[in-house]
Design a protein around this ligand. Structure first.
Ligand SMILES: NC(=O)c1ccc[n+]([C@@H]2O[C@H](COP(=O)([O-])OP(=O)(O)OC[C@H]3O[C@@H](n4cnc5c(N)ncnc54)[C@H](OP(=O)(O)O)[C@@H]3O)[C@@H](O)[C@H]2O)c1
Length: 215
């Protein structure tokens, strides 16, 4: 994640020219199997397309669906009610997996299947993160997963205590905008997690790379 010094994460008018390059370069050092982001952050990557009306009235079972693919890495979204209108089943060659709840419509499931997009059910109406992470491993072999924001998905992972390490590129910006997403936005008052500092590295453009283990 790339937060400002006050933890805000929407880059708007930050004017940090090398932020994206440093973000991608840093992410690559982890050699991860997949990355996961929230529905809001995924919208620009998913694109826009029309969801066709389904002709069949046959109900579709609420079972995980692994679409045929030969990708070695994965782009994953949490989209509980099926709002993303995916244009493709991959992002730069990385196979798309979407995490849904069972409340999504048959029409939407038929759309995903026709597009060749894999999906897992996270629960009836809520997402059970430990169960999803176990199935990402058993069904797709995903062992190392980069959690790449925004604040809401990060907050749910923090609350579920399923983060091993925090890696942040602190941008040289004091943002100050009240109400903007932050590094971790937890809905309820979850207990704060204590971190152990692992490394500090100065990066071009005044960016500082901090790595922590979650205790
Ligand atoms: N600076 C950085 O490094 C960085 C990185 C990534 C993103 N961002 C920025 O972050 C902003 C978006 O952040 P955000 O906090 O508003 O949104 P977000 O975390 O990207 O997406 C939140 C949405 O994802 C779904 N979701 C995520 N986790 C869930 C869970 N465990 N259970 C159920 N639903 C879950 C929900 O979708 P529904 O609303 O459909 O229920 C939720 O409202 C964007 O402006 C983006 O540019 C910054």
């Amino acid at each position: 994640m790339t937060p400002s010094i006050d933890g805000r994460i929407v880059l708007r008018d930050w004017n940090v020219p090398n932020a994206t390059r440093e973000y991608e370069r840093t992410a690559a050092t982890f050699d991860a199997d997949a990355w996961i982001i929230g529905r809001v952050s995924m919208e620009p990557y998913a694109g826009k397309t029309r969801i066709p009306a389904r002709k069949s009235r046959e109900p579709i079972a609420r079972e995980d669906f692994v679409a045929p693919h030969d990708a070695e890495s994965y782009a994953i979204a949490i989209d509980p009610s099926g709002k993303l209108t995916w244009r493709e089943n991959n992002i730069d060659g990385e196979h798309v997996i979407t995490i849904l709840t069972k409340a999504v419509s048959d029409n939407y499931l038929a759309f995903l299947q026709a597009k060749g997009i894999s999906y897992l059910f996270g629960g009836q109406s809520k997402i059970d993160l430990p169960s999803v992470l176990q199935r990402l491993r058993s069904r797709f072999g995903i062992k190392k997963l980069l959690l790449e924001g925004g604040g809401k998905i990060n907050g749910t992972f923090l609350e579920a205590n399923v983060i091993d390490e925090v890696s942040i590129l602190v941008a040289p910006v004091a943002d100050g905008s009240v109400g903007t997403p932050t590094l971790f936005d937890v809905e309820k008052n979850a207990p704060a997690r204590s971190l152990k500092l692992m490394s500090v590295e100065k990066r071009p453009g005044g960016i500082v790379w901090l790595r922590y283990k979650v205790r």
